[in-house]
Design a protein around this ligand. Sequence first.
Ligand code: DHB
Ligand code: MG
Length: 211
Amino acid sequence: MTNEEQYIDALLETDQVLEQIRTATAAQGMPDIAVAPGYGRLLTMLVAMNNVTKALEIGALGGYSGVCIARGLQQGGSLTSLELLPQYAEAAKRNVTQAGFGDCISYLVGDAKLSLEQLVERNEKFQFFFIDADKEGYPAYLEYAIQLAEPGAVIVADNILLRGRTINEHKQGPAVQAVRGFNQTIANDPRLQSTLLPGYDGLAIARVLAK
Ligand code: DHB
Ligand code: MG
């Protein structure tokens, strides 16, 4: 982390609910890779600013980002969270329930692309998306998010810098190539208005324009 990021992190008061989830996530055997606290706050703000009632996240991990998103939802709003691994989804469910958001978050377990395909078939629509799952899947997840988006929906994606691998020309693995392609698309696609933030591990934010 840079000195500037450490400075900002120290300004933000520790959020006990989220720190509890971070601790529980590690204790449950999951990696400690939840989104940076400042970006967690941004998720809550974007959801609240867009009056979101239906949100979708791809990649639940321990429920940290789920709570950040759920906190911004309108009264009666819901978050659908896609998670590959049943044991992660169960742990996330326990953690978000303990944080008081069990009623508004539902988990769909298994390959996210299959869940997304089903949501498309059911003609479901969402106003907010958070992409934070396997990096090779990012290009496909972006296309699904655009398909499932209401006009004006916000799409956020974590880890667009892959701890420096994205800008290291010697790195040419499938995840790196997928994220480079994702970044190109999100930066330039005429269906989107977008920006990319380089802090922490990088965050992309896009708004889906009306067709
Ligand atoms: C890593 C971090 C993440 O936030 C993630 O979604 C995947 C991997 C990492 O630092 O390795
Ligand atoms: Mg991430």
